[in-house]
Design a protein around this ligand. Sequence first.
Ligand code: ADP
Length: 402
Amino acid sequence: MASSAPPPIDFLADVREIVVVHSAKGGVGKSTVAANLAVALARKGAAVGLLDGDIHGPSIAHMFGDASPPAAAPRPGSVLPRERHGVKFLSIANVAADGAPIIWRGPMVSQALGQLLGGIDWGTLDVLVVDMPPGTGDAIIGLGQSVTLSGVVSVTTPSTMSLADTYRGIQGFEQLSVPVLGLVENMSEFVCDDCGERVGLFGEGVGERASLELGIPFLGRLPIDPAVVTGSDTGTPIVATDPDGPIGRAFDAIAGALTAELASRGRGGAGDFEVTWESLEKGVVRADPPTPAAETARGGSPQTAVAVWQAADTVLGIRWGDGATTYHGTYELRKACPCAGCVEEWTGEKLPSLDQVPADVRPVRIRTVGRYALQPTWSDGHDTGIFAFRELRAGAGRVDAP
Ligand code: ADP
C-alpha cells in the first residue's frame, strides 16, 4: 500500500453501492452504526464490505476483533480485505504500524482514503459501507469526487446540540448534491432490564420529526444498551451475538429501510429480476419460470434465487440455486412484511396496520434488490418491505404449489 501515486480505483467496478456513514459530532455512535449495519446487511445475505475511513480515530478493526495486516492481493500494491462476522473489512489500523499515532490533515484525509480504497481488492459487493470521520463532511465530499457514492447515512443522538449539527451537515450534503439516504437516531431510549419499560431521554419522535423537516427518510432508532459497548470492546458487534435482541432487531429494520431506499433510487440497486404482476385466470399455473428473461446462470447456493416469476394469480414462484422451487402467496407475503411500518422494530410484534391489509392485495411489481432480496410494490400502495432471500427460503409467506 506504500506506493506514492494512488492506483486507479477500479477495484470498485463490482461494488454496487457505496454508503457512507456520517455524523456531525464524535461519540454519537457512528462507528457502532457502521459496524452493526454492515453485519445486519450481511445477515440478510448481502455481500458487504466495510471500510474504516475514520482515519483519525479508526475503531472498526477493534470492533471486529482483528487488527492483523491484510494479505497481499494478486495485483502488486493491493491487498485483500480481512473478513469477520460475514463482512469484508479493512481499517487503517490494519495497515498502520501497531499503535503508531495517525495524524492526517485537510486534503491528506481524502487522499489517504482514496489510496486506501484504490488498493483494496473487494471483489463483488452489494454494499460497501464506509465509516467516515465526524465533522462537516469535507472528507466525504472529497471522497465523492473520486468515487460515485450512493449516499450518506447520518447518525445523530436526539440531543438538541447533536441535532443542530446534523441539520447543518445534511443541508451541506444536499447543496453539494451528495444524496442523503436517511437518518439514524442513536441512544434514543433506555430500556429497563427488569421491567422492559422504555425511558425516553429526549422526548418522543425526535428523529422522525427531524427527518420530516429535512425531507429525508428516517431509517430507524436505537435504544441505549450497555451490551453495545461490550460487543464493540470484545470484537463482536452486538448484531452478530444477539440478532434477536432489541438492538439486533432495530439494526435489521434499519438495514431493511436502507435497502429499500437504495432500491428506490435505482443506482445499481436494481437486481436481476423484475416481475410485473398480471391478472391470471383461476387454474392458470406456470410451474416453471419463463426463460431466459427471468433466469440467470448464477446459482449453486440454496439461498440464491436463480429465478423469480408469477406462478399463478396469487402465487410467486422462486427457483433456488440448488434446484428447489418454493411458492409464496401474495396475501401471505404482504402480511409477513418485515418493514418498520408493519412490525415494531424493537420487539418484532406485528403492528395494527397489518390488520388493514385487504384480502385481495396483489403485487403491482416485484423486483430484486442486489443479489439478496425482493422488494414488492403492492396494490395497497405499500413498498417499503424488503424480503431477504434467506427469509423467503426459510419460509416467509410460503404456500403449497399451485
Ligand atoms: P462515534 O463513531 O460517533 O465516535 P462510537 O460508535 O465510537 O461513536 O460510539 C461511542 C461510544 O458509545 C462507544 O463506546 C459505543 O460502544 C457507545 N455506544 C454507541 N451506541 C450505543 C448504544 N446504542 N447503546 C450504548 N452504547 C452505545
